[in-house]
Design a protein around this ligand. Structure first.
Ligand code: C2E
Ligand code: MG
Ligand code: MG
Ligand code: MG
Length: 281
């Protein structure tokens, strides 16, 4: 910015410092207007049943096209939105819009089991979180069963008891819950038993190496067997290749999600995909 103002402006940062700081600040600043200015939108990634190729569901993933910065990856702006607290507002927008879209698709005859929504720990922490979800479900007229909430294990390790109660509240409403990025946090098999979840999502970092690394393959198989044993659905995230699909299918991994079948796509494309209903597998 100093540059834009011309040569006579004082500059306290060198270029490198300046660019790192200003990107952070620009994201933080830009996020404040992103909602109002309609810069946020949702993409959806299909989740595919490994036995049949049927599209079981979709995961909603937020996208931000900033007029100043262009496309900013969710992995970059979500943590900043969390630090500033604006994630609460953004998260509510995501819930509302996914529920609206969900209802429209079902009303128009596009079928799926559920749409997954990522929920930040900051959002979960809000005292009125359950009321917000209930209100949005009521307003949109979506069956709670058609919604699945994704939370990461690290998200609720702090104030575990409180969070378990919130998740129970969601479950009592009929909303499904899945544990995202499983295996990357402080997984304790002890609390796994106590969580009212229906699905485990095996993190991409394990899936990446299942073809080449026998230990990652063993870990993945172990998680799948555990999930099957305790009656949880299991999703493999970030599956990109045919060989991975074959391995996961042989391991009885129920659901596969990844670029191999589809990248996250816009709602028009989703309708094409749902019309077909299946991927060849
Ligand atoms: P996540 O929930 O674990 O989502 C999976 C990420 O992996 C997504 O990145 C998805 O686009 C990407 N992915 C899926 N399949 C493949 C694959 O085969 N290869 C590769 N390389 N990547 C794949 P994305 O959309 O950039 O989101 C990153 C993270 O940002 C998400 O991780 C989630 O933690 C967060 N996020 C995204 N949308 C939301 C949202 O609406 N609310 C909240 N709170 N967080 C969100
Ligand atoms: Mg997720
Ligand atoms: Mg994940
Ligand atoms: Mg993730």
């Amino acid at each position: 910015q100093a540059k834009r103002k011309g040569r006579n402006t004082y500059c306290f940062f060198n270029d490198e410092m300046g660019s790192a700081v200003s990107r952070r600040l620009r994201i933080e600043n830009g996020l404040r207007y992103a909602l109002k200015n309609n810069e946020l939108y949702l993409c959806y990634q299909p989740q595919v049943e490994s036995k049949t190729g049927r599209i079981k569901g979709l995961e909603a993933l937020i996208r931000w096209k900033s007029p100043e910065l262009g496309m900013v990856p969710a992995g970059e702006f979500i943590p900043i939105a969390e630090e500033t607290g604006i994630i609460v507002e953004i998260g509510k927008w995501v819930l509302e819009n996914v529920c609206k879209q969900n209802k429209i698709w079902l009303t128009n005859g596009y079928n799926f089991d559920s749409i997954s929504i990522n929920i930040s720990s900051i959002q979960l922490k809000q005292a009125d979180f359950l009321d917000t979800v209930r209100e949005i479900l009521d307003t949109s007229g979506v069956e709670p069963q058609k919604i699945e909430i994704e939370i990461t294990e690290t998200a609720f390790m702090e104030s575990l008891e409180e969070n378990i109660n919130k998740l129970k509240g969601l479950k009592d409403m009929g909303v499904k819950i899945s544990l995202d990025d499983f295996g990357t946090g402080y997984s304790s098999l002890n609390y796994l038993r106590r969580l009212p979840i229906s699905t485990l999502k095996i993190d991409k970092s394990f899936i990446d190496n299942i073809c080449d690394s026998s230990s990652d393959r063993d870990i993945t198989y172990g998680i799948i067997q555990l999930a099957n044993k305790i009656n949880l659905n299991v999703v493999a995230e970030g599956v990109e290749g045919k060989e991975q699909v074959d391995i996961l299918k042989n391991m009885n991994c129920d659901i596969i999600q990844g670029y191999y079948f589809s990248k996250p796509i816009g709602s028009n494309e989703v309708e094409e995909v749902l019309k077909r209903g299946y991927f060849s597998i």
